[in-house]
Ligand binder design. Structure first.
Ligand SMILES: [Zn+2]
Length: 582
């Protein structure tokens, strides 16, 4: 009889690098979420009761589907035995978390060996992992094994699998998968037995080697990764490319109308990797696989499971290699550090790709980040805004989570360019990568780097943008002139203070930038263009108004605009511009 049950053994060599004695350890049992009545099921249905613009706020992939799973369709992970250094350990299952009460403490700086025996049933794909998805992919195998929780300076991180998302322990994975011989696989890591498998893994263009046994063994190894994903289907196709010493695999199910788009994705990956590395740091793994695995797109080390060959989403998932896989921030607690930064990079990489391919792009400013600003403005006026410090599972709505994690996180970087200049922001991102790669940075770590690199005090930006839902709104209040001297009064209406770039345009079509730093910065942003720039005294945030003086007769002025680049997230742009018809 055919089942969808896997029998697994896991050998785990664990080093306690902390200064603490551990009397417990915890594991994730993610697939227990795919059972009727699980926290994921109930949470999704509860959010579905909230209507926003007439639409239920649940995740459209989950909705109430978990509640309808039959016993053979649901998922589970059962631990049959868990030993440490050969001694069986007492265990308690709490939903998707396994607590292990150690018979003997794990001493600081010591190493222990775990031996686990487990059985798991692959659920129908609801969210991320599972079998037999909408595109007909047989197995999308993520979160498939009992995965050790992360222990860091805050202690154990043991979130239930309610919706999102991940934080893990880096290690070297050595994975052997025995499966029906007709299946073709892609996954994290390097295929160690490529010569026995063929199928493009040994040399481009080879087919799957025929064998006499019913099952075939695939052996992957991934170094310095915090998770391991794989997918399997008998009808997968495989495109192989190589760029900068990195092997690119595109693995997908053949549908004639999509064939060229998968090919284009493989070519695009070759085009963009050098740019990604220049902007965000070196891609530090030997390979990357784009694997058709359903459910939108989800990032894993050295691989992504994606629904289709769309480039923007593929670039996005790949950029998670930087923020989730190499930097590895806690995505459950600070989703913006991963989703927001990946979204920012996705916009930059897409802009680069469009330029290389001469594709007309969205001309709205800020180029390729305009969508994020639109989402954020919508959230601010919806009354549903919450601080970005909210844990990703604990937002009141999916809408606020999504816009905060993705859009407001993306804007954090685009707007940082406005505050410190784009070129300094770019240096910050490279330095952040260099200092924090494989070290799990938290929000303070990022802002510390930003402050050190820019020489500009940024505590206020962190405070306003992350901890509050305060809005930015500046307006041109009034203007007057006497002879050759003219004055413009600006007014801060919003609760959040910012530095101001004021652009003046004169009758002879010359322009000037009047830059007004904000007192809490204690420094100025460097000039960003060749445009004539005047640097004014800082605007103290406690003052609601500020008078800008400039040396032109007033009747020469035809237009004034606050932040013509529109990188500042001013919620009311109408009062930022004033045109004069003399
Ligand atoms: Zn993402």
């Amino acid at each position: 009889m055919k089942t969808n049950i896997i029998s697994g053994t896991q050998k785990l060599e664990y080093t306690n690098n902390s200064p603490d004695r551990l009397n417990k350890v915890y594991f994730h049992l993610y697939w227990n979420a795919f059972q009727p009545g699980s926290e994921m099921d109930v949470r999704s249905q509860e959010l579905g009761k909230i209507l926003i613009n007439g639409r239920p706020d649940w995740d459209s992939r989950v909705t109430d589907r978990i509640s309808k799973l039959t016993p053979s369709e649901e998922g589970y992970q059962k631990i049959k035995s868990l030993k440490i250094n050969g001694v069986e350990q007492p265990m308690i299952v709490h939903g998707t978390i396994l607590e292990v009460d150690l018979t003997k403490d794990i001493q600081p700086k010591s190493k222990v060996n775990f031996d686990l025996v487990f059985e798991a049933q692959v659920p129908i794909q609801i969210r991320r992992s599972g079998r037999d998805n909408a595109e007909g992919v047989r197995y999308s195998m993520s979160q498939w094994y009992p995965k050790l929780c992360e222990y860091d300076y805050e202690g154990w991180h043991t979130p239930q699998y309610v919706a999102r998302e991940f934080y893990g322990v880096w290690g070297d994975y050595d994975v052997t998968i025995k499966i029906d011989k007709n299946y073709k696989l892609g996954g994290t890591g390097v295929l160690e037995n490529a010569n026995q498998i063929g199928w493009g893994y040994d040399k481009p263009g080879t087919s799957l080697k025929s064998i006499s046994s019913a099952e075939r063994t695939w052996h992957f190894s991934g170094k310095n990764v915090h998770d391991f994903v794989w997918a399997a289907d008998p009808d997968y196709e495989h495109i192989v490319k190589s760029v900068d010493g990195v092997k690119i695999n595109v693995i997908y199910k053949k549908v004639d109308s999509m064939e060229q788009r998968w090919q284009r994705l493989a070519d695009a990956a070759v085009t963009v990797l050098p740019y990604m590395e220049k902007r965000f740091g070196k891609y530090d793994y030997p390979q990357y696989s784009f694997i058709q695995g359903g459910d939108g797109g989800m990032e894993y080390p050295m691989a992504t499971l994606i629904k289709g060959p769309g480039l923007v989403s593929a670039f996005h998932e790949w950029m998670h290699s930087w923020y989730q896989m190499m930097l590895g921030s806690n995505e459950n607690e600070h989703p913006w550090m991963d989703e927001g930064f990946a979204s920012y990079a996705e916009g930059e990489v897409t802009a680069y790709y469009d330029k290389m391919m001469n594709i007309e792009s969205d001309k709205a400013l800020p180029l390729h980040h305009a969508g994020a600003y639109r989402n954020y403005y919508f959230l601010q006026q919806s009354g549903l805004a919450e601080p970005m410090t909210t844990n990703s599972d604990h937002y009141n709505t999916n809408l606020a989570y999504e816009i905060n994690a993705y859009s407001k996180g993306e804007m954090l970087l685009e707007q940082l360019g406005y505050i410190v200049s784009d070129s300094v922001r770019d240096q910050i991102l490279l330095e952040y990568y260099k200092l924090w790669r494989f070290k799990h940075p938290n929000p303070n770590d990022f802002f510390k780097v930003a402050q050190d690199v820019s020489g500009i005090q940024l505590g206020w930006y962190k405070e306003y943008w992350l901890n509050t839902t305060k809005s930015i709104d500046y307006k041109i209040d009034s203007l007057w002139g006497e002879g050759d001297i003219s004055k413009i009064r600006l007014r801060r209406i919003g609760e959040m203070a910012m530095p101001i770039d004021l652009e003046l345009t004169f009758r002879d079509s010359t322009k000037e930038i009047h830059y007004i730093p904000m007192d809490m910065m204690l420094a100025n942003k460097p000039a960003e263009s060749n445009e004539l720039r005047f640097v004014h005294e800082a605007w103290n945030w406690t003052n609601p108004t500020y008078i800008v003086e400039f040396k032109h007769p007033l009747n020469q002025l035809i237009k004034m605009e606050i932040d013509p680049t529109k990188r500042m997230a001013d919620v009311n742009l109408d009062n930022n511009v004033l045109k004069l018809n003399w």
